[in-house]
Design a protein around this ligand. Sequence first.
Ligand SMILES: O=C(O)CCC(=O)c1ccccc1C(=O)O
Ligand SMILES: [Mg+2]
Length: 378
Amino acid sequence: MLYQFEFRTYQRKFKRPLQTSHGIWDIREGIILRLVGENGRIGWGEVAPLSWFGSETFDQALDFCNSLSANLSEEMIFAISAQLPACQFGFESAVSNSRSPLIKGGHGGTAPTKGGTRNILKVPLTKGDLGGSRLRLKSTLIAGSVLSSHQWIQAGNEEEKNRFSGLLPAGETALQALPILWLDGYRTFKWKIGVAAIEEELKMFQQLIQAMHNLCDRESAFLRLDANGGLSYSQATTWLEACDKVKATPDFSADIEFLEQPLPVTQFQEMVELNAIYATPIALDESAANLDRIQECYSQGWRGIFVIKPAIAGSPSQLRKFCQTHNIDAVFSSVFETEIGRQAALNLATQLSLNKRALGFGTDSWFDDNHSILDFRF
Ligand SMILES: O=C(O)CCC(=O)c1ccccc1C(=O)O
Ligand SMILES: [Mg+2]
């Protein structure tokens, strides 16, 4: 199959910058891909690199897109180098969503018309009246039914949020965000640590889990801590002791699900050790940034939790093969991609999630542009 290829870049400003121990991030940049097959079917894809995390840079991805001709073969797409994992994801998912049947009437299904009429990729993502499910259905049309839409129509908004982990802002602001995300239906939350002084963060941590406990009514809630590799070994043990204490408190409704990437990628063995010592599990994230790294961790004996960010993990077909061969404990997670990449990532996550862990896609509240950046003309 040959595809006509076009792309557009986008920039999206966070409502408030994302603070991690890597620094401050305030604009998400990415590339939207459009492939048109010989049968006229359109496949949308998204390249959303995260270079501080271990993927190619946005400029490398853009150079790659610029280096391609307007006609691409499937062989070329499946041969994209593992040095460009976000590109592998974007192009391969565009191919697969051009293959799946399109729902009638969807904007994404419009075949290119002769005489130069342009297709508009317009994702009508307005919050409020539309509600989460319909919104998702609409964007499903555009992305070419990468998700089985009926599944999403049936799921109510709250029920749906329950499947996701809500990302809290770092620092004290988390305490204000918690009840809002709770009302949205979230019951698993993630909080960034390793940003401020550990003594302060430990105090806020106690307030946060107490607030979670107070919100709970005979149900339980989970907290994930994400250090983004920013702790020292001794700080990590301090955190794990604090987490274990919470886990061991009888009748306390807030539980700690895991501590994500406490140490830098170079300290793999130390994380294996910590995972064995404490009751609170460690999840590898930066250490598992792409399929090569995931395989390396696995072959070095990691059988704990892997955080997988499909949009930067590399080839979805190879990732699928790996996950289906090895029963890994995976938590899928977003990299703030738009609806285009998100649906391809969620599609993969839904296929490959063997556990009951919440998906790390509770990132809705981080932008307030209603996806207007996707009003591209192609
Ligand atoms: O995983 C989640 O729940 C949300 C996504 C998230 O935290 C994240 C998003 C972009 C870049 C890095 C990270 C991270 O997990 O470290
Ligand atoms: Mg992380």
